[in-house]
Ligand binder design. Structure first.
Ligand SMILES: [Zn+2]
Length: 105
């Protein structure tokens, strides 16, 4: 059972590194671990995260090779900016270091 727990934690970590997950974070969602669906071999094939701000639950599905994408049923919610997001909070401002570096001779 311990081994299965480690495997799940590892899979969670990989999912959190995927672009599909990063996109949701950029939309303002604060995603906490939710229920997981596993196959008979204990391999997770669908994992969910719940946003602590707006309460939306997003499901991700395994596309193989440690790549995950937003499940079709979650796309309706996942494509939207988090409604619980704090107004005025910056979402992912790209800092222009190139400009700052150019002024320094
Ligand atoms: Zn949200």
């Amino acid at each position: 059972m311990i081994e299965a727990g480690v495997k799940l934690a590892e899979t969670r970590r990989r999912l959190r590194e995927c672009e599909a997950f990063a996109l949701q974070v950029r939309l303002g969602h604060d995603l906490k671990d939710g229920p997981i669906l596993t196959s008979v071999t204990d391999q997770p094939f669908e994992m969910s995260f719940k946003c602590s701000r707006c309460g939306v639950t997003l499901w991700f599905e395994d596309k193989g090779s440690q790549r995950w994408r937003l499940h079709a049923e979650s796309r309706e919610h996942g494509a939207q900016i988090c409604r619980g997001r704090i107004v005025g909070e910056p979402i992912d401002h790209p800092i222009s270091t190139a400009v700052a570096g150019a002024s320094r001779r």
